[in-house]
Design a protein around this ligand. Structure first.
Ligand code: PMP
Length: 323
C-alpha cells in the first residue's frame, strides 16, 4: 500500500509544438492496483476504520466492477477485510476474475431488469449491506474521502513535481473526485492561478448533456454526484467517443503509453487546450488507468470499425475477430 501515489509525470512530446506549452501526463496506471482509484480506496477504508464504520474482519460491499473495486480488493486483502462487489452481467468475465483473484466475492445481477426490481444491481447491493454482518459500503459517489484523497495526495504531488509551474490541470470526470480534490488543492496553493479543465464525454451531464449513452468508460454521468464540486472547473471540454478512442491509440503508438479510453479523452481535451496556450504554460493531464483492460475494445480494430471509429481501409479486422 505504500506504493500508492507518487506516480511520475511524463512529457507528451507528440503534443508539443514550437512556442506551445509543455504538456505533461500524470501516469496513474503505475499505482499497484493499476489505476488512480487506489488512492481513494486506501483513504476511504482508513477513514472508515477510524470512524468505527469498518471493524476488524468486516466486509466491504460496493457496486463496482472497475478500478475502484480493484483498489478496494487490494486494500482489503492487505488489511484482512472481506469484499463483495456487485456488478451487472454486461461486465466482462475478465474484469470479474481480476476482483476474484484478490480474494473478493463477485455477485452478478441481470442488466435487463428495471432499477426497482429486487434483482437489480442497486437493490442487491443495498440488501447485501443490510444482510451481511459487519458490512460497510464505501459509496464512492458520496464519500468525501474520495475528493479528499486527491486534495491530500494528487494535488500536492503535482505542485511539487512541477515546482509550482503548473498552469492548467486537465482530468476526466466520473465521480468528480479526482478533479474536485486535485483542483481545489491547486487553486488554493496557487491563489487561483491554476486553471482546472474537465474533460467529459459528449452526452454526459457535466458538459450540458442529458446522460445520452457514450462508449468511453469510467467518465461522464447521467446525474450529479455529491463528490463533484461544481465550483472547481473553469471550463469543461466535451469529447466524442471517436476522438477519445483514436487519441487513446495514438498514445500507445506515439508515446508508448498503453492506457484506457478515458485517458485518450483527457488528452484530446488537453490538446484542444494546448492550442490556446503559450510557451510559459505547463499543462498536466491525468491518465487514470492502463490499456490492458480494453484490448477487446479500443485496441481491437474490428470493434473500432463496427462503431465507425476507424476508416474502413485502416481496419485489419478479419472474419472471426471478436466484436
Ligand atoms: N477514468 C477511469 C477509467 C475511471 O475508472 C474513473 C473513475 N470512475 C475516472 C476516469 C474518473 O475519475 P473520478 O471518479 O475521480 O472523477
Amino acid at each position: 500500500m505504500d506504493l500508492v501515489g507518487n506516480t511520475p509525470l511524463v512529457r507528451l512530446g507528440s503534443l508539443s509544438e514550437p512556442n506551445g506549452p509543455l504538456v505533461l501526463a500524470k501516469v496513474e496506471y503505475l499505482n499497484p492496483g493499476g489505476s488512480v482509484k487506489d488512492r481513494i480506496a486506501i483513504r476511504m477504508v482508513e477513514a472508515a476504520e477510524r470512524s468505527g464504520e469498518l471493524k476488524p474482519g468486516g466486509t466491504i460491499v460496493e457496486p463496482t466492477s472497475g478500478n475502484t473495486g480493484v483498489g478496494l480488493a487490494m486494500v482489503a486483502q492487505r488489511k484482512g477485510y472481506k469484499c463483495i462487489f456487485v456488478c451487472p452481467d454486461k461486465v466482462s468475465e475478465d474484469k470479474r476474475n481480476v476482483l476474484k483473484a484478490y480474494g473478493a466475492q463477485v455477485v452478478v445481477c441481470p442488466t435487463a431488469v428495471p432499477p426497482e426490481h429486487p434483482d437489480s444491481y442497486y437493490n442487491v447491493s443495498d440488501r447485501l449491506v443490510t444482510e451481511t454482518e459487519g458490512a460497510w459500503k464505501p459509496n464512492q459517489y458520496a464519500n468525501a474521502e474520495n475528493p479528499a484523497s486527491h486534495y491530500y495526495s494528487t494535488g500536492p504531488e503535482l505542485w511539487r513535481q512541477t515546482e509550482g509551474r503548473i498552469t492548467h490541470f486537465v482530468a476526466g470526470i466520473g465521480t468528480g473526485g479526482t478533479i474536485s480534490g486535485t483542483g481545489r488543492y491547486l487553486k488554493e496553493v496557487s491563489e487561483g492561478r491554476v486553471k482546472i479543465v474537465g474533460a467529459d464525454p459528449e452526452g454526459s451531464v457535466y458538459s450540458g448533456g442529458t446522460g445520452r449513452p457514450y462508449l468511453v468508460e469510467g467518465v461522464g454521468e447521467d446525474f450529479w454526484p455529491e463528490t463533484y464540486d461544481r465550483d472547481v472547473c473553469d471550463e469543461i471540454i466535451a469529447i466524442s467517443d471517436a476522438d477519445s478512442f483514436i487519441t487513446t491509440r495514438e498514445l500507445a503508438e506515439r508515446e508508448s503509453l498503453l492506457v484506457g479510453g478515458s485517458c485518450g479523452m483527457a488528452v484530446a481535451a488537453a490538446r484542444e487546450l494546448a492550442g490556446r496556450c503559450g510557451p510559459d504554460d505547463v499543462i498536466v493531464v491525468l491518465l487514470p488507468d492502463g490499456g490492458r483492460a480494453y484490448l477487446t475494445k479500443v485496441f481491437n480494430d474490428a470493434w473500432m470499425s463496427s462503431y465507425g471509429f476507424l476508416p474502413a481501409e485502416a481496419s485489419t479486422a478479419t472474419v472471426g475477430d471478436v466484436l
